[in-house]
Design a protein around this ligand. Structure first.
Ligand code: SF4
Ligand code: SF4
Ligand code: SF4
Length: 252
């Protein structure tokens, strides 16, 4: 049931992508910054950061338009990927983009205002045929990358939003905010490996849960591991603040 709801939400987000495209665009942020404006996409990135404090990367499983694309990609190439290597690529790309963003604001003389509808005056992002060219180019690029790299390849390799979610999660851990996470009763595990096999983010769940919870910053709280566990020993939980001390230390 949970899986069905998640897939339905991911598909709905994917079909709404022509509407939301600009609000998630790294280009629109830079364009706004060049005029000293905080655009809609930058506001969304800020909200993602805030959501990360409490929900980690749940956005990635339940609300992101790319989640639907990633699920389609799994039908073609479902190979598990090397999270660390791809994260290095992603952070290198993010670093360049972030530096360009800051540089654009500096050249514009700082932040001069808010413009949530920057480049999206009609509220709908893809509002004329010419813009569909850009839209389909991005869709094809995301799909091609996922086909080429494997499970959620585009998410691991190039996503410009994940660092905001991850930063929020790290801040939440540092502040010891109770966060949504996957907990386990590790002593009842029979090491069948199904959780690791099912994880869309290629996390070694079987090893992670030995500490009592999934600690990986790649976890998107999709619940696939909990749904497939034959012993039903994985579950969503909102950790108490004292957990986050241990939780945080084991990751930094
Ligand atoms: S990693 Fe990025 S593209 Fe992938 S689901 Fe998360 S926010 Fe969306
Ligand atoms: S560890 Fe579980 S909840 Fe986290 S991404 Fe993997 S399958 Fe989803
Ligand atoms: S699916 Fe459940 S029983 Fe199997 S390895 Fe994972 S946690 Fe252990």
């Amino acid at each position: 049931m949970r899986r069905k709801i998640r897939l339905m939400l991911a598909c709905a987000a994917m079909f709404l992508f022509p509407l939301t495209f600009n609000y998630l665009s790294p280009y629109v942020s830079i364009d706004g910054a060049m005029a000293g404006l905080v655009s809609g996409s930058l506001l969304v990135f800020a909200l993602q950061f805030l959501s990360g404090i409490f929900l980690g990367r749940a956005w990635c499983a339940w609300a992101c338009p790319v989640a639907g694309i990633a699920e389609i990609g799994r039908g073609v190439n479902d190979r598990r990927v090397n999270i660390k290597k791809l994260a290095a690529v992603r952070y290198a790309i993010f670093g360049v983009w972030f530096a360009a963003l800051v540089g654009a604001f500096v050249l514009a003389g700082g932040i001069r205002g808010l413009d949530p509808l920057h480049l999206t005056e009609k509220i709908v992002s893809i509002d004329e045929p010419a813009k569909f060219v850009t839209y389909y180019f991005v869709l094809i690029a995301l799909l091609a990358l996922t086909f080429a790299v494997g499970r959620r390849g585009a998410c691991h390799a190039i996503c410009w939003m994940a660092p905001f979610l991850t930063a929020g999660e790290l801040v939440g851990r540092a502040l010891r905010v109770p966060q949504l996470k996957i907990r386990s009763e590790a002593e009842k595990c029979v090491s069948c490996g199904l959780c690791t096999k099912s994880c869309p983010m290629s996390i070694d769940v079987e090893t992670e849960i030995k500490s009592g919870r999934v600690k990986s910053l790649a976890c998107i709280r999709c619940g696939a591991c909990a749904d497939c566990c034959p012993k039903r020993i994985l579950r969503f939980a909102c950790g108490e603040a004292k957990d986050n001390v241990i939780y945080g230390k084991s990751v930094y």
